[in-house]
Design a protein around this ligand. Sequence first.
Ligand code: ADP
Ligand code: ZN
Length: 744
Amino acid sequence: KKSRKKPHQPALLGPVRPRVKVLLPLPLDGAYDYGVPEGMAVPGPGSFVEVPFAGRELRGVVWDGAPDPTLSEGRLKNILGTLIVPPMTDSLRRFIDWVAAYTMAPPGAVLRMAMSVPSALEPPGQQAGWRLSPAGEAARAGGGGYRLTEGRRSVLDIMLPGEIRAGADITEEAGVSAAVLRGMVDQRLVEPALLPRRTAFPSPDPEHPGPELRPEQEEAAASLRNLVGERRFGVTLLAGVTGSGKTEVYLDAVAECLRQKRQALVLLPEIALSAQWLERFQERFGCEPALWHSELGGRRRRNTWRAVAEGEAKVLVGARSALFLPFPDLGLIIVDEEHETAFKQEEGVIYHARDMAVVRARFSQAGCVLVSATPSLETLNNAEGGRYTALSLPRRHGGAGLPEITVLDLKRVPPERGRFISPPLVEAVNETLARGEQAMLFLNRRGYAPLTLCRTCGHRMRCPNCTAWLVEHRAQRRLQCHHCGHTEPTPPSCPECGAENSLTAIGPGVERVQEEAALLFPEARRLVMASDTIPGPAAAAEAARQVAEREVDLIIGTQIVAKGWHFPGLTLVGVVDADLGLAGGDLRAAERTVQLLHQVAGRAGRAEHPGRVLLQSWIPDHPVMQALISGDLDTFMAEEAAARRPGGWPPFGRLAAVIVSSEDERAADRVARDLGLSAPGGEGVQVLGPAPAPLSLLRGRHRRRLLLKARRDVAVQPLLWDWLSRVEVPSAVRVQVDVDPVSF
Ligand code: ADP
Ligand code: ZN
C-alpha cells in the first residue's frame, strides 16, 4: 500500500536546537515552531524573521508562548534569518492577539495587516547595507590581533565607524570582489544594517503658532492636554456641531503629544480625499504628517512603516489599517468622524477601527479621542455610562449660525414629470447663484439611474452575480453593479423582448441630477463630486481648489462631499432625496441618515455667510426630518436609545452576525438550517434566523444570515466557537462571523 507520508528523515545529530514560535501572516490556526540554527542568536519575541514554509520563504514574527517540546528535531525547520528592523513591541503583539480573539479571525490574518516590513535581511535585500561591527572597528584601529588580507584591509580603510553603506558601494571603492566582503561578514567584522532612508519624515513642530483658541475651545483643549499629559489610557468624546472648531482642538492635543515625545495617530474615514485636512495640518505644524492608506505604493509603504517603527514619523494620518503600524511609543489616537461606517472593515478580518483604536490605546497606555458632530449611539452610551469623558463645543466658530434646515414636502411641491428638483429648490439655487454664492445638490447615489427597465415588457436589468439592479453610468454607456463591479455595455434593445429604444432609466443618480442641473442652470459652472469623478488625492485636491477659487458655482455630489470639506462660499445645500437611506429594515437606518444629512448640511454656511439647507422628502413628518429641522439631535438620539434598549439591541446588548455563503444555494441553506437547529440558547442569549442576508446573492454567492443577540455581560466568542464547531461545513460553503455588525 502506498504511504502518503514523506520518506522518513533521519534525526539530526548534535545538540538540540533552541526553538521559537513564529507567527506567519497567513490565515492559519496559530504560530509554528522553528529551530534556531547554530551560530545564530536566538531571536527574542517580536523579532521579524524569515522562515521556510510550504516551499516558500516567508516573513513572520517571533511570537509569545512556549514551543512544543514534543515536536521531533527532524521535523523542525530552521529560521533562515532575522530582519534588521526594530522588533514588534509587546503592546502591538498583544493588540494583534486581542483583535484576533475578539473578531474570531486567525491571528496570522491580523498580523498580515501589520506586515509592510522593508526587506532588510541577512543576506542583504533591498534596503540592507553594511557597517563595521565592534570587532571590525577594533580591527580597523589595528587591534584584535586579526591577520588581514590586503583586500580586507582596504575594506576596513574605507569604512568609517558607524557609517552604513551599500555592498556594491563598498566593494567598488575598496576595489575588491563581493567575496571579500562576504568573507568579512562571515568573520563578523562587518554586520548588516539598514541603509539610511532616502525619504525624510520631518518633525511637526508643536510650538509652531496655531490659532488662538476661543475660551470654550481652550477648555476642551486643556482637558485633552491633560489626558495626553497623564501618559495613561483614557477615552474622550469630543463632540460639537460642524464648524465649531473641533479639529483645532484635537490638533492642540497632537501638539501636546509631540511635546511628550510620543507618537500620535489620526484616523480619518476617507484619507484619500483629505487634501484640505493635510493643508490645515501643514499650517498648524509647519510640515506634512506621514500618510498611510491603501493607495500608497510599495516603496513608500515600507519607508513609512520603517519611519514609524524607528520613531521618526511622529504624527501619522491614516485609514483604519494604520492601527496596525509598529509605533514604539504611541501617546494619542484621534478618530475623526468616529460615527462613520467607513471605519468598519467588512472583508478579511472584520473589525471596527473605532473600537479597535480604543483597544490599541489601552495596550499602549495612550489617550484616545473620538471626534464627531454626530456621535454614534455606542459612543454616546459609553460617555453616559462614565466610561468616556465627554467634551462638547456647542457653537460654530466666528459666530456663524447653524444653517437653517427646511423640508420640502414633495407631495405638495412635486418636481415636473421626469424631473427630480422641485420648483422651490430651483428657485433657491437661482437666488443663491444670483448673489454670487455657491450651491450644492446632494444625492447619495452614484451613476445616472439606479434602475433600468423595459417599457414594453417590464424587464429589469439586474446583476447576474448579486441581488441588485444594475446602475446606468451614461457617460461610459455602461451598466454597473455597485456590489461586485460587474459591468456591461448598455444594450440598444431589451435583452428580454427585443424591443428597440424601450429601456428607460428609473430614478435619479448623481449624473442625472447633473444633467437636469445643466438644463435648469445653464450658466452655472458645475462640478460632480462622486467616487467616479474624484478617485484619489490629486483629484480631491483639485476639486477643493476649484471650489475655493470660485471656478465652480454648483456642486453636485454623493456622500463623499459630506466629510471634512471646507467650502467657505457655499451657502445652500439641496438634498435631492432625503428619504433615500431610510428604505430597508435596518435598525440603524435612521441614525445613519441623521448623521449623513447633518454632516452634509454642515457644509453650508460658515463665518460670514449663514447657510440654508432644503431637504426634499415624501415623509416630512418622519422623526429624522424633524430632528434635522429642529437641530435637536440629542433628543433624537435619546429616542433612538429608548427604542433599542428594551429589545436589547446594540449598544444595549451584543450582536454577532453569522453569514453562510456558497455558490450552491442548497448547500448554503442546508448549513444555515443546521446552524439554526443547533443554535445556542440560555440566559440572555437568542438566535434570530436563518434568513436571507441583506444581499442574498453577492458576487455569485448565496448568502444566509443568523444573528446572535446576547446580553452585554455575555461573552459571545466562546458561544460562537462552540456553536460553529458543532455544525459540519462542506468546503463549498463559507461561514463568516461579523462581531458587532454595523447593519442589523
Ligand atoms: P470642526 O472640526 O468642528 O468642523 P474646524 O476645526 O474645522 O471645525 O473649524 C471650523 C473653521 O473655523 C475652520 O476654518 C477653522 O480654521 C476655523 N477655526 C476654528 N477655531 C478657530 C480659532 N480658534 N481661531 C481661528 N479660526 C478657527
Ligand atoms: Zn453584482
